[in-house]
Write a protein that binds this ligand. Sequence first.
Ligand SMILES: [Zn+2]
Length: 376
Amino acid sequence: MHIVRHPLASATPGTTHELVSLHYGTPGQGPKVTIQGSLHADEVPGMLVAHHLRNHLDALEAAGRLTGEVVLVPMANPLGVGQWVLRGFQGRFELHSGENFNRHFTDLTGAVLDRVMDRLGADAAENVCLVRGALREAVAALVATSPLESLRKTLLGLAIDADVVLDLHCDGEALLHLYTTPQTWPGDGQLLARCVGAELALLAERSGGEPFDEACSMLWPQLAERLGPAKPLPPACMAATIELRGEADVRHDLAAADAQGIVDFLIQRGVVAPEGGILPALPPLKREATPLAGSIPVVAPTGGMVVFLQVPGTAVVAGQPLVDLIDPLTGQVTTLGAPVDGLFFARDLRRFAVAGMSLGKVAGREATRAGALLSA
Ligand SMILES: [Zn+2]
């Protein structure tokens, strides 16, 4: 393993930040997988899983079992980890710009077409190689002035030519679930869900806001559509955001199991050689994937105390009481029901709401939402 330190652009004289990446295996040999923890800096389960994963990868490399390349970014947001305001950890939005750290990753589709359109041909594998080369160049050419732009550019540079990208996040309080694209779900997406024991997978082509995972994965089907059948291009990158339950689920037993699940995926995916040369049996898929556009938020119509009536993991029917919203002055209790039949899979960690706040989410089977599908 070797460690690479990437200095980020500085905002003010005398201040510096750096991103650290750990590199296992040999670049160009076997599939490449990039895994990063806690891009939302206050979502600590990702960093803890990366910590457990690092021990696995050290041992696997020492045993000569790495057959691909793994780039591990154990703390993907060195800017956000330092954002403490009045004793509160603010790791989701950059304080300077107000921007979500996991949005505004550059869509490189156009930049790649400009570089390689004329050189692509009938050989799909050759096309993948050419596109990956163009992607590396396109990231290197991005202009990054601020620390935030510099962080996004650096993260994209570590992942943009990977076969698999895993972005480790968490929700407020939730089941282990993941987000990926319909194009890669039948293959690597489902394989990942089975290996890590995901309780739910939410699929979307474009969820809006340009999150990191989609910047890596969605440009492939977009390019394929622009190129047409004469220049075939497979969806060569499966990127998934794994939501490692809730913010307070920072436990060694959970993180060890999650890291093991990721190692199992690496084995199935040909990045790590199986022990004794025999692939282990795959666990079953826990639940069929549902559309992200069918994941419906439970929105507080007014402010007040929040008392949940159900825990994440409950199968609910539309209208079933989920949460009481209580006005402490009038004593009025507003009971909010499930917006749709489905799985109540995530809820907020806070217990006082302001009007308009999303208190939880129910995953339904029908895609009924349009526009931006991710929360702020
Ligand atoms: Zn997150």
